[in-house]
Design a protein around this ligand. Structure first.
Ligand SMILES: Nc1nc2c(ncn2[C@@H]2O[C@H](COP(=O)(O)OP(=O)(O)OP(=O)(O)O)[C@@H](O)[C@H]2O)c(=O)[nH]1
Ligand SMILES: [Mg+2]
Length: 228
């Protein structure tokens, strides 16, 4: 990161959902602006970090993202990373009904193990595979995949559960940064309302106005997953 760049907040995010829905691909798209056709499945947990700007708040936010494995055998390990997260991307694949059904049990895990004030955004990934944006029985775009979860259905469930919602594509990049921005905006709003307090919510770190920028950056770099 270039010298002099600093942040106003560090926000810890977790990315969760079934195996192969594209959690790691969303993170790589966010941090590296690239897409891998054949990434390795995540073993345990991976980490990525990015500075984003929320212009209307005049704030720079450092996202610290923990990308968890969807494979069942890692589930108990990844649960331990939920603690202290301020934000969560709950990911399913719009071409897999199963992954959407299972989102309920991932959300139950999040609710059980994460901060109750956590902001969660439901992300319907692989939107590039479905040609029908309205979500009524699209036949795909030559990939042999078709939409199995309509936009409307996901929207309704997200509303019922108090989740933000967006459809995205790690492949095309569509709405990927937006998903993190929307969640960050919501968290900043909660901070303004006093929902998160600096030392009681390890998922949120606030910069101290009097501290010099270099020290802030060092603090950010040293931040670890499970600090409490
Ligand atoms: N077409 C399309 N393929 C995607 C997209 N995102 C991911 N994929 C593909 O889906 C497969 C799984 O992607 P990953 O990012 O490894 O999925 P994951 O959720 O991290 O999987 P685990 O780490 O095993 O839990 C890979 O072949 C990706 O190339 C997308 O937006 N569009
Ligand atoms: Mg992965």
């Amino acid at each position: 990161m270039a010298g002099g760049i600093t942040w106003h907040y560090v926000l810890k995010f977790i990315i969760t959902g079934d195996a192969a829905v594209g959690k790691s691909s969303l993170l790589i798209r966010l941090t590296d602006q690239r897409f891998l056709a054949n990434p390795d499945p995540t073993l345990g947990v991976e980490f990525g970090s990015k500075l984003i700007e929320i212009p209307e708040e005049g704030k720079i936010v450092k996202l610290q993202c923990w990308d968890t494995a969807g494979t069942e055998s890692f589930r108990s390990i990844t649960r331990s990373y939920y603690r202290g997260a301020a934000g969560c991307l709950l990911v399913y694949d719009v071409t897999s009904r199963n992954s959407f059904t299972n989102a309920r049990s991932w959300l139950a895990d999040v609710r059980e193990h994460a901060d109750p004030h956590l902001t969660c955004i439901l992300v319907g990934n692989k939107a590039d595979l479905v040609s029908d944006p309205a979500g009524e029985g699209g036949t795909g775009s030559g990939h042999g995949r078709h939409r199995e979860v309509t936009t409307e259905e996901a929207e309704i469930w997200a509303k019922e559960e108090g989740l933000l919602f967006v459809e995205a594509s790690a492949k095309s990049g569509q709405n990927v940064q937006l998903a993190f921005e929307q969640a960050s905006r919501d968290i900043l709003d909660k901070i303004k309302r006093g929902v998160f307090e600096d030392d009681r919510s390890p998922g949120v770190k606030l910069s101290k106005p009097s501290t010099n920028p270099l020290a802030l950056e060092q603090t950010a770099t040293r931040s670890t997953c499970c600090s409490s």
